[in-house]
Ligand binder design. Structure first.
Ligand code: MTE
Ligand code: MO
Length: 383
C-alpha cells in the first residue's frame, strides 16, 4: 500500500496506528468545544487516504435495482437542497483499550475520544434517491431493492485490496427524517481528505463504520452489503464467543450505537489537590434517542448525583425538544468535593431508559466493540 500521499495532521493527536492512520484527540481537547474542530476530530482509516483531484470529472454512479440509474457530478449534488446536520460520529471501537484489559480483543486500541461532533453539510440521501426514481419512505423498489450500498474509492487490506463498503436499509436511506447525508462540508468547510473529500455518507445515530468516506458509487440491492466490514467485522458477539467458535453469519451487522458517556476532564489515573473538582465529559445516545440523565458517583458507584447537561452553554438541555440536536452529543458537568483517593464514575440514561452496563466484563466481545460500560477514573489526592 502507498502511504506517500498522506495529509498533514495535528501534532497533538494520539496516534494508535500509523498506517492506516488511526488517531484520536486527548480527552481535554475533545471537550474544549461542543463542535469538534476538524483537526481534533478522530481519524479512522482502513487504508491509505485516496487522492481525488479531478473534481470536475468526479461523479457518483447510482445503480442497481432502480428504474433510472444515473451518474451524479458534484454540481448535481450541490443543486439539491443543502442541509446542515449536527451529528456525533462514533467509532464502534471507542473505548476498546479498556475492554482489552479484561481479555485480549482484536483491533486498534482506542481510549475514549474515538468520536466527534460536527456540522455536516450536504444533500439528503432521500433527495438523491428521488433523482433515480426511488420515492421517499420506500421499503422496496419496484425491482426489489431493499438495501442501499455505499462503495468507496479507497483500497483496504481486509477487502483484499478492494474498496471499503457498507449498506443501510432502503427505508432508512429514503426517509428524510433519518437525515442520512451525502456530505461535502464539515463545520462549514469543504470536507478534507482525511474525512472523505470530496463526498462522504453520514448516517446519524449509527456506528461510524457505515458512514462511508470518499464515495464512489451507490448501489440499490436486494441483499445487504456482503463486504468484510458488514459481514466479518463490526458485529456484537456474546462473551462466550472467541476466535475458535465464531460464526459470523449468526449475527447482524451492528447499526445503532448504544448509550454512551465518558469523563474527559480527568485522565485515568489523575492526581489532584483535595477540594472542588469539575467532572465533565460527553454523553451520546444512538438512533436519535436523547440523553435523559447523566449520573456521577464519587464513591465508585454506590451513590449518584445528577450532572447538568447542555448542548449550548448556559441553556439547560431537554431531550427531544425542538431546540435540541437529536443526533448530537450533550456535554455534562458537575462540581464535586474530593477529599481522599477514590473512583469517579459516570453513566448515562437515554430517552428509552437504556442505561450503560456496570461492568465491561458483561459486554466483553472478541472484536472489542461497543464498550459502553460505566466510565471510571481513579483519582489520587495529594498535596
Ligand atoms: N470509509 C472508507 N472509505 N474507509 C474507511 O476506512 N472507516 C469507517 C468510516 N468510513 C472508513 C470509512 C469507520 S470504521 C469510521 S469510525 C468512520 O469512517 C471514521 O470517520 P472519520 O475518519 O471521518 O472520523
Ligand atoms: Mo469505526
Amino acid at each position: 500500500s502507498d502511504y506517500s500521499q498522506e495529509p498533514l495532521r495535528h501534532p497533538s493527536l494520539i496516534i494508535n496506528a500509523k498506517e492506516p492512520f488511526n488517531a484520536e484527540p486527548p480527552r481535554s481537547a475533545l471537550i474544549s468545544s461542543y463542535i469538534t474542530p476538524v483537526h481534533f476530530f478522530y481519524k479512522r482509516n482502513h487504508g491509505p487516504i485516496p487522492l481525488v483531484d479531478d473534481i470536475e470529472r468526479y461523479c457518483v454512479s447510482i445503480n442497481g435495482l432502480t428504474e433510472n440509474p444515473k451518474e451524479l457530478f458534484m454540481n448535481d449534488i450541490r443543486m439539491l437542497p443543502k442541509y446542515n446536520v449536527t451529528a456525533t460520529l462514533q467509532c464502534a471501537g471507542n473505548r476498546r483499550t479498556a475492554m482489552s484489559k479484561v481479555r485480549k480483543v482484536k483491533g486498534v486500541g482506542w481510549d475514549i475520544s474515538t468520536l466527534g461532533n460536527a456540522v455536516w453539510g450536504g444533500a439528503k440521501l432521500a433527495d438523491v434517491l428521488e433523482l433515480v426514481g426511488v420515492s421517499k419512505f420506500s421499503y422496496c423498489t419496484q425491482k426489489g431493492g431493499k438495501h442501499v450500498e455505499f462503495v468507496s474509492v479507497d483500497k483496504c487490506e481486509e477487502e483484499k485490496g478492494g474498496p471499503y463498503k457498507a449498506s443501510i436499509p432502503l427505508i432508512q436511506a429514503s426517509n428524510p427524517e433519518a437525515d442520512v447525508l451525502l456530505a461535502y462540508e464539515m463545520n462549514g468547510e469543504p470536507l478534507n481528505r482525511d474525512h472523505g473529500y470530496p463526498l462522504r455518507v453520514i448516517v446519524p445515530g449509527v456506528i461510524g463504520a457505515r458512514s462511508v468516506k470518499w464515495l464512489d458509487s451507490i448501489s440499490i440491492n436486494a441483499e445487504e452489503c456482503q463486504g468484510f466490514f458488514m459481514q466479518k467485522d463490526y458485529k456484537m458477539f456474546p462473551p462466550s464467543v472467541d476466535w475458535s467458535n465464531i460464526d459470523w453469519s449468526a449475527r447482524r451487522p451492528q447499526m445503532d450505537f448504544p448509550i454512551q458517556c465518558a469523563i474527559c476532564s480527568l485522565e485515568d489515573v489523575d492526581h489532584i489537590k483535595p477540594g472542588k473538582v469539575t467532572v465533565s465529559g460527553y454523553a451520546v445516545a444512538g438512533g436519535g434517542r436523547g440523553i435523559e440523565r447523566v449520573d456521577i458517583s464519587v464513591d465508585g458507584g454506590k451513590n449518584w448525583i445528577e450532572a447538568t447537561r447542555y448542548q449550548k452553554i448556559g441553556v439547560p438541555y431537554v431531550a427531544d425538544s425542538l431546540s435540541s440536536y437529536k443526533w448530537a452529543w450533550v456535554f455534562f458537568e458537575i462540581t464535586v468535593d474530593i477529599l481522599r483517593n477514590t473512583e469517579i464514575v459516570a453513566k448515562a440514561v437515554d430517552s428509552a431508559a437504556n442505561v450503560q452496563p456496570e461492568k465491561v466484563e458483561e459486554i466483553w466481545n472478541v472484536r472489542g466493540i461497543l464498550n459502553n460500560s460505566w466510565h471510571r477514573v481513579q483519582v489520587g489526592v495529594g498535596r
